[in-house]
Design a protein around this ligand. Structure first.
Ligand code: DOR
Length: 427
């Protein structure tokens, strides 16, 4: 199939045509002609390399009532993503070659975007014994990112061994940084708001203490550490220091930590309960500045769908987590592009190129140039829309942005030359 995308603005630059043949971009230029090509009138749409998410909970196998690989990857494609990394905290846990291959195969069958399973670091996420990291790496799923996300690998010796193990195949350990002894029964960020609301606090130091330990371990071992969902100003300072040492440390921030603060908890609406918790305005400013200056390398959604009965209950009983795939791009535009803190090109770096590099995904996050895979997303940068949970493709409804007006809308997504989304709908 041949496609001609007319008048699109690559990374927000001047209008150009993109000619796609088969799975590749064959030409980028003005007034291209292609007899017999399907023409998409992209007048003024911003063209970005397909977005890559390092942190997605797809819930399959085990909690198909909350999300499936099919529904979660539909949400991903609609949000402009062409690859997601499916977290390992499924039931059963993705801690063997068998489970990661199952998730990978389900992703291929659904076909909405590439699904790269994340392997668990420890058996059953129990933090006691290393999982079969090598077998998962050698499996058809070719796992390169390992994480116990949801849980912290809190044992320093296990963390050291995991870092040593993945070094052999240039894998990366993605740590959920949370010292469990400092966060027992925690409900929200520890601070003025938690004191006012009478909810048990989750101190910033619980995140920072683990990051400090882990960057030292990564430096010692010479292996790759990726820090999940950085949420505090102190974490940013530690990362800045670790990077100044030349250690192989990368980090992500979620859209919700770029936009929302712990004041949302005053509603007692559990849709705002998340792990790590929403922090203070000063923390939000620090993570925005860190994403702008590259101390935080990329955005990752931590898309965490939950069934109604797990979420719409009293605060203390509700599961932590928020939907993210369908709103991520808009939230990053609102918090970073509109205020002039990131250009479109830098947004592409933070949401596509860099996450693809961190995960070792070779055919994603490539500049939109002749010869590159035709894996891209088209964004109406001038559009505004109001988030309606009932209109989301996810099986769950727990978006913290319900009713919020957001800028920028994905109109089309292409995966290796094949449209997965056209006119804002699944193709
Ligand atoms: O809020 C969260 N939800 N944080 C996590 O780390 C796990 C996730 C989940 O699986 O629901």
């Amino acid at each position: 199939m041949t496609w001609l995308l007319r008048g699109v603005r690559v990374l927000g630059g001047d209008a150009a045509d993109i000619l796609i043949s088969g799975d590749r971009i064959v030409d980028v230029g003005s007034r291209l002609d292609a007899v017999g090509a399907q023409v998409l009138d992209g007048d003024g749409l911003v063209a970005l390399p397909g977005l890559v998410d390092l942190h997605t909970h797809l819930r399959e196998p085990g909690r198909e009532d909350a999300e499936t690989v099919d529904s979660g990857t539909r949400a991903a494609a609609l949000g402009g993503f062409t690859a997601v990394h499916a977290m390992a905290n499924t039931e059963p846990v993705a801690d063997t070659a068998g489970v990661v291959e199952q998730v990978w195969r389900l992703g291929r069958e659904a076909g909405h975007c590439d699904v790269h399973p994340v392997g668990a670091v420890t058996v059953g996420l129990a933090g006691e014994r290393l999982a079969e990291l090598g077998a998962m790496a050698d499996s058809a799923a070719r796992v390169r990112v390992f994480s116990d996300d949801g849980n912290c690998v809190s044992d320093a010796q296990l963390m050291r061994r995991a870092l040593e193990y993945v070094k052999a195949f240039d894998g990366v350990i993605a740590q959920h940084a949370q010292e469990p002894r400092l966060t027992a029964s925690a409900q929200m960020n520890e601070g003025v708001e938690s004191a006012r609301l009478g909810l048990a606090g989750w101190p910033a130091v619980a995140e920072e203490a683990i990051i400090a330990r882990d960057v030292l371990l990564a430096g010692h071992v010479g292996s790759r550490l990726h820090v999940c969902h950085v949420s505090t100003a102190g974490s940013v300072e530690i990362l800045r220091w670790a990077k100044s040492k030349g250690w192989r440390v990368t980090a992500e921030v979620t859209p919700h930590h770029l936009l929302l603060t712990d004041e949302c908890a005053a509603t007692y609406d559990p849709v705002f309960k998340v792990n790590p918790p929403l922090r203070t305005g000063e923390d939000v400013e620090a993570v925005r500045a860190a994403l702008a200056d590259g101390t935080i390398d990329c955005v990752a959604t931590d898309h965490a769908p939950h069934a109604l009965e797990d979420k719409e209950t009293e605060w203390a009983a509700a599961r932590p987590g928020m939907l993210g795939l369908e709103t991520a791009l808009s939230v990053v535009v609102a918090t970073m592009v509109e205020p002039g803190r990131l250009t479109w090109g830098q947004l592409a770096d933070r949401m596509s190129m860099t996450p693809a590099l961190i995960a070792g995904v070779a055919d994603q996050g490539r500049p939109l140039a002749p010869g590159a895979p035709a894996t891209l997303t088209l964004v109406d940068s001038g559009a505004h829309w109001t988030v309606d949970p009932s209109q989301q493709a996810s099986r769950s409804r727990n978006t913290p942005f319900a009713g919020r007006r957001l800028p920028a809308r994905v109109t089309a997504t292409f995966l290796r030359g094949r449209p997965t989304v056209l006119d804002g709908k699944i193709a």
